[in-house]
Design a binder for this molecule. Structure first.
Ligand code: IMP
Length: 427
């Protein structure tokens, strides 16, 4: 069982950091394959809490090699500050590997992200403002800057000039901003080059060799299934492929190598930024979920939108990712509700719909059809096995499993590393 993918089954923020970290001790490589520092993982180790944005959570497990794959977009200033922050807290980061083919988030990509959002006004996506979309756009437009370009000054200069050609026209003529100087950008990027160099390598070769040697490789998705550029709620999505196929392109590993795809599923639903969200709550239940669940973005500090569990979305995630099983997180947050509604289908224009509609208009009109399950009031944070859970919590988990289309192999009952019930081993 050498290669596993672990990804968000909803709109991100499902608690992937905890799940990856839990496995980190037993895997040899933890690989990020898409996204950048728009992600936010909170990992609690002992009494220490770490907030990671760009680095794979495997960086906190001493035996594990963390890898930033070719599909990731890297902001070098964020990379270096995250590394030095960890070093100051005594974490050894020397094993990190970064793909030379990963694209760099340049300062002008961040500027373009922010001005585009401002320009869109009330039609904005609600991006994290980290330059993610514009960097992927440059990649697809073939004017991107890659990590390896930092080591050839004249190529870097040419590429930055080419990328800025059109952008400066847009910035000055459309957005009323100042020209960005190519020389200044090149100077800034070269300033990072030597510090990053020791980590840069051909990660595709390293990972494939590792798999040939039967090493355990864990691919860690950022964001979530419904934020996928192809399979998410477009255009309210991120600009990469968090779904399982993204692990293959974003790390250079063939699909035949992947043996297990685990979806991280929160016991309720959250979303940040704009876009449709059928089970969203605007009442005190929503407020309570936000408060008890600590639903505030690790990256942007924005309050997350909160709602009840949506089984239609979970089923969809099972299908588009080929999920083998789920890690259900934050079950403890639901303790105390007498009744817990779960969305089992949608009503769209008066008709009951069991599956996620492909049409954006239909999804915007989807109203949740709820079934209500009895809640529990007992503290579950000390539960070590499934049978330690109160009967109603067990039934809630079983109902979610049945509706979602894949077995639940682990349950998070609190934020700490050890507050997890393992039902089936992941390895
Ligand atoms: P971007 O990834 O910054 O371009 O933002 C696009 C959309 O994805 C916005 O709605 C963000 O709030 C959302 N998003 C990006 N990263 C995350 C994440 O890690 N968790 C949840 N939402 C995210």
């Amino acid at each position: 069982m050498p290669a596993l993918v672990l990804l968000g089954a909803q709109w991100g923020d499902e608690g992937k950091g905890k799940a990856t970290d839990l496995l980190g001790g037993s895997v040899d490589y933890v690989v990020r394959y898409q996204g950048g520092n728009n992600a936010g993982h909170t990992v609690v180790v002992g009494d220490q809490k770490y907030a990671l944005h760009l680095l794979p959570s495997g960086i906190l497990s001493p035996g594990c090699t963390p890898v930033i794959g070719n599909g990731v977009v890297v902001d070098p200033s964020v990379l270096l500050s995250e590394l030095s922050g960890l070093n100051e807290r005594g974490v050894d980061t020397s094993k990190l590997l970064i793909s030379g083919n990963a694209h760099i988030i340049t300062p002008y990509n961040v500027t373009v992200d922010k001005v585009t959002e401002r320009f869109l006004g009330k039609r904005k996506i609600g991006t994290t403002g980290r330059g993610i979309g514009p960097t992927y756009a440059d990649k697809i437009n073939r004017v991107g800057i890659r990590v390896q370009d930092l080591y050839d000054e004249s190529i870097l200069q040419q590429k930055v000039e080419a990328a800025l050609d059109v952008k400066n026209q847009l910035l000055t003529k459309l957005y009323n901003r100042r020209v960005i100087s190519a020389d200044q950008v090149v100077e800034e990027l070269l300033g990072y080059a030597e510090q990053i160099k020791p980590y840069v390598t051909d990660t595709v070769l390293v990972l494939n060799q590792a798999l040939e040697e039967n090493k355990v490789v864990l691919f860690e998705g950022g964001q979530g299934t419904l934020l996928d550029i192809d399979h998410g709620t477009y255009p309210f999505v991120t600009s990469s492929n968090p779904t399982a196929g993204g692990a293959c392109t974003g790390a250079g590993v063939g699909p035949t190598k992947i043996s297990r795809v685990i979806g991280i599923l929160k016991a309720y639903t959250t979303r940040v930024g704009a876009g449709p969200f059928p089970t969203e709550l605007f009442d005190e239940d929503g407020e309570a979920l936000r408060r008890i669940g600590g639903e505030r973005g690790v990256t942007t500090g924005r309050d997350r939108r909160c709602g009840w569990f949506d089984a239609v979305i979970a089923r969809y995630a099972t299908r588009v990712n080929g999920l083998t099983d789920f890690f259900l997180t934050k079950l403890d947050v639901l303790t105390g509700w007498e009744q817990i509604p779960v969305c089992v289908a949608y009503e769209i224009d008066g008709k009951r719909v069991e599956e996620l509609p492909y049409s954006q208009t239909d999804f915007h009109h989807a109203k949740p059809v709820y079934e209500t399950l009895p809640g529990w009031s007992e503290d579950i944070t000390k539960a070590k096995s499934f049978s330690d859970l109160p009967k109603n919590a067990q039934n809630y988990v079983k109902a979610l499993e049945e509706m979602s289309g894949a077995p639940i192999s682990a349950i998070g009952v609190g934020p700490g590393r050890d507050e997890t019930i393992e039902i089936n081993s992941f390895l």
